[in-house]
Ligand binder design. Structure first.
Ligand code: PLP
Length: 380
């Protein structure tokens, strides 16, 4: 029997049956328009507002400050473009990191063509960026700092809370945006307590469906610039008839992740540690970066191009990734930023875990990589 060993949970996650059921229920029984006044429409509204409540509670924010979007990318683009617009009378300087997701980097490049100046902070060899680097890059006219919570390729956890504190200490008026797409419900994440102004989330990284995201907007940004004008949904900031089934699925996925939360995090961390320990016994394999997030591990098989590894393992039902799935074969900007030797950089693979990952998954990966190395050697 062909058995899937899914170890690519940073690309997307498998959708639990309960999430499918919640979505099916929303589609089959509550498919009215949430803006319609009759009960059939109000059922849809209950799904939207109930879902918002669940996700906002998990994030520790007021439900009125959480806005649904169509994905993490949309949340990032909205947050960054509107934050820059918000600060337009103060300046046009942005600070971000060179290892953000392309949703952030491409938006920053786009803003450069419109006259903004962007400082891209380089990570050290472990993939980390420090609050001190932000301090040194700050200028009088810095209007936005955008820093991710967890890097999607190295699993590095960035010091977002420290950056928020630093901005307060130095009296900067720059807004702080955090792309928490990989961090939410994996590592501590507290936008309100930390004083983060904007935070992006995505449903499909934690068992929810694709096509749903959210943006937290701090209460201090009451007049935040809308993304989509139109029918006035999402308090007039992001119009468009609400994606009820997607929202139902996102909220159910969050509820499921919160059940025995500590146990799930511990399990992912154990699977990651076990996987690293086993893979390091293979010839020449090295760990890449110093990522401490429980669900992302990067290693390199120097001399074995990662694209070939991914294809070979994929044909055996083992799903891993060669850096971010968004790169589609192009070499990863994150791996490039780590300054690794060429052979090491070319062999970087990302293995990412979920609460459902098993020891058998890791053994299957180990065996397949062992054979991959052996076959390549016997061909030489
Ligand atoms: N930000 C990070 C860190 C990601 O890893 C991803 C997806 O891989 C995104 C943003 C984009 O999220 P979405 O796929 O929901 O657009």
């Amino acid at each position: 029997m062909f058995f899937l060993h899914y170890l690519d949970n940073a690309a997307t996650t498998l959708v639990p049956e309960e999430v499918v059921q919640a979505m099916e229920e929303a589609l089959r029984r509550h498919s009215g328009n949430p803006s319609s006044q009759y009960p059939f429409g109000q059922d849809g509204k209950d799904i939207v507002e109930g879902g918002r409540m669940v996700i906002a509670k998990a994030l520790g924010c007021d439900k009125e400050r959480l806005f649904f979007t169509s994905c993490g990318t949309e949340s990032d683009v909205w947050a960054i473009r509107s934050a820059v617009w918000h600060g337009r009378h103060k300046g046009n300087h942005i600070i971000t990191t060179a290892v953000e997701h392309s949703a952030v980097l491409e938006t920053c490049k786009w803003l450069e063509t419109e006259g903004c100046r962007v400082t891209y902070l380089q990570p050290d060899k472990t993939g980390m960026v420090s609050a001190q680097q932000v301090r040194e890059a700050l200028q009088e006219d810095t209007v936005l700092v955008s820093m991710m919570l967890v890097n999607n390729e190295t699993g590095c956890v960035f010091p977002v809370a420290e950056v928020a504190r630093l901005l307060r200490e130095v009296g900067s008026t720059a807004l702080l945006h955090c792309d928490a797409v990989q961090g939410f419900l994996k590592v501590p994440c507290d936008p309100v307590g930390w004083g983060v102004d904007l935070m992006s989330l995505s449903g499909h990284k934690l068992g929810g469906p694709k096509g749903i995201g959210a943006l937290y907007i701090s209460p201090k940004l009451r007049n935040f610039r809308p993304l989509l004008p139109g029918g006035g949904q999402e308090q007039g900031l992001r119009s468009g008839t609400e994606a009820t089934a997607q929202i139902a699925g996102f909220a159910k996925a969050v509820e499921l992740r919160l059940e025995n939360y500590d146990e799930k995090i511990r399990h992912m961390a154990e699977m990651k540690a076990l996987c690293l320990e086993k893979l390091l016994t293979l010839p020449d394999v090295v760990a890449v970066g110093g990522g401490t997030a429980p669900h992302i591990l990067a290693v390199s098989l120097p001399g074995y191009p990662s694209g070939n590894i991914v294809t070979d393992l994929g044909s055996q039902g083992i799903c891993i990734s060669a850096g971010s799935a968004c790169h589609k074969g192009k070499s990863s900007h994150v791996v490039s930023a780590l300054g690794l030797p060429k052979r090491t950089a070319a062999g970087v693979i990302r293995i990412s875990f979920s609460p459902e990952t098993t020891v058998e998954d890791i053994e299957a990966l180990y065996e397949a990589l062992r054979k991959h190395q052996a076959n390549r050697c016997s061909m030489l």
